[in-house]
Design a protein around this ligand. Sequence first.
Ligand code: DX5
Ligand code: ZN
Length: 216
Amino acid sequence: MVKIAPSLLSANFAYLASEIKLLEEAGADMLHLDIMDGCFVPNISFGVGTIKSIRPLTELLFDTHLMISSPEDKLEWFAKAGSDIITIHYEACTDLLSALKRIHNLGCRAGVSINPETSAEVLSPFLDYLDMILVMTVKPGFGGQKFMEDQLPKISHIKNMIGDRNIEIEVDGGINFDTASGVISAGADILVAGTAVFQNKEYKKNITNLKKHKGE
Ligand code: DX5
Ligand code: ZN
């Protein structure tokens, strides 16, 4: 069954502790932490201090998505703050391979994310160093954007490239009850969802509905 990673970006930050509890009780498989620096993307979200503060509140895996420039320099901060998975952007790195090795040395699982305009082919040299590939289906920076249908063939292509390697495909951006099936059919293992999980504050109903999709 597909896993659901609610994006904390859509939470009410005045009530972060209770929001996280509710997501855990609602059946979230992990917590997706969108870190934005106002440089790699035109938005600023939250940082290491927030991750540290929420770490003791839950057993959920912390799936940290770094939308920051030069993530290589900051990997240790995010590992020490309590991340389980650290995903960096292909477009933001100068030496991706050493960054991935560093993430593993810090005891975390390593992911790479690619923007909509980036081809899947760039991932080929790194497949043996990856635990996760995060395919962006919106331009990174903001929640609530429209899903980009034209990214579906890329997901299928990545699925083929992975072959029998133990790499999960995560898809992020515009996932909702209409778009989930296509993404699962294309090969997604994990769906990130902000708007769709938090809508009407019906976390359990929304997560259950997203998980129900079997693909077309
Ligand atoms: C976008 C973020 C996403 C986003 C998802 O830059 O990486 O995780 O918050 O939000 P929705 O599900 O609303 O598209
Ligand atoms: Zn994300």
